[in-house]
Design a protein around this ligand. Structure first.
Ligand SMILES: C[S@@+](CC[C@H](N)C(=O)[O-])C[C@H]1O[C@@H](n2cnc3c(N)ncnc32)[C@H](O)[C@@H]1O
Length: 250
């Protein structure tokens, strides 16, 4: 409780934290969303990757094992709960396969996804990562843990990390991308309907018909269903450890 109060009154965090509290009162559609996800789930992560390039899926397995072991070892040295990682296997596969240049992710936390994205960029020899996050305000000095797993990668690959929260970070990322477009977008931050919708709205001018867009935890609310149904987008839903993620543009 003490950490929460200290963080709430840090000058840059107050409005984001207030908004996060208010978002808790948004309509709860998680039951409908989960039922919709279950009835539309097509494949597992593995079968999805194999349907695109099965030999590549086998080839990247040793890289992922190495990254996983390294990350677990690093995490075991700190005594803090930083939340589980997003779907780093899928991200690593897609980046090695499609070699996107501009990659944007929301939600960094310990940095599982940032780590694999930066490693894949390094392996490809091209690419930039733009990440948005907001500190876990239940922790003491939470800023120090953001991207903890990926900190050493920063010297080797271009990585812009903005920890002011999506509302401030995403417009800044749009500026930085300038005239280019986003090739891959991974959303894993504010799980509310409005958070997801605002992020899409802010970044929409940087998407093109080939942009791969991935939303984690689409069973939280009906945002992904509404998003794909609005323009009749082709989509795929994958199940991973009892959770669901949605992809368009693959
Ligand atoms: C599920 S974790 C991300 C996990 C990460 N992708 C990984 O693989 O390790 C969600 C993160 O989003 C952050 N977050 C929550 N609300 C946010 C917001 N409004 N803007 C930016 N980040 C936010 C949380 O503080 C947390 O760090």
């Amino acid at each position: 409780m003490k950490n929460i109060l200290i963080n709430i009154f840090k000058k840059n965090y107050f409005f984001t934290i207030l908004k996060k509290i208010l978002k808790r009162f948004e309509k709860n559609t998680s039951i409908e969303a989960k039922n919709w996800a279950i009835s539309n789930v097509n494949q597992t992560i593995e079968s999805f990757c194999r349907s695109i390039d099965s030999p590549l899926y086998d080839k990247i397995k040793p890289d992922l094992k190495l990254i996983e072991n390294e990350a677990k070892e690093k995490l075991s040295k700190i005594n803090v709960r930083l939340g589980g990682g997003g779907n780093y296997i899928l991200l690593y596969f897609l980046i090695i396969k499609f070699k996107p240049v501009n990659i944007v992710e929301t939600g960094v936390a310990a940095g599982w996804t940032s780590l694999v994205i930066l490693r894949a960029i390094k392996k490809n020899g091209q690419g930039n990562l733009y990440s948005s996050d907001f500190p876990y305000f239940r922790l003491k000095n939470p800023e120090q843990y953001i991207g903890y797993l990926a900190k050493n990668e920063k010297n080797k690959v271009d990585w812009y990390l903005d920890i002011r929260g999506d509302d401030l970070a995403l417009p800044e990322i749009v500026n930085k991308i300038n005239n280019d477009s986003i090739d891959l977008f991974h959303y894993d931050s504010d799980k509310s309907y409005s958070g997801r919708a605002n992020a899409l709205k802010t970044l929409s001018s940087k998407f093109n018909s080939k942009t791969i867009i991935i939303f984690d935890d689409i069973d939280n609310n009906l945002h992904f269903k509404d998003f794909v149904e609005k323009d009749k987008k082709k989509f795929c839903i994958l199940e991973y450890k009892g959770k669901f993620l949605g992809i368009v543009g693959y």
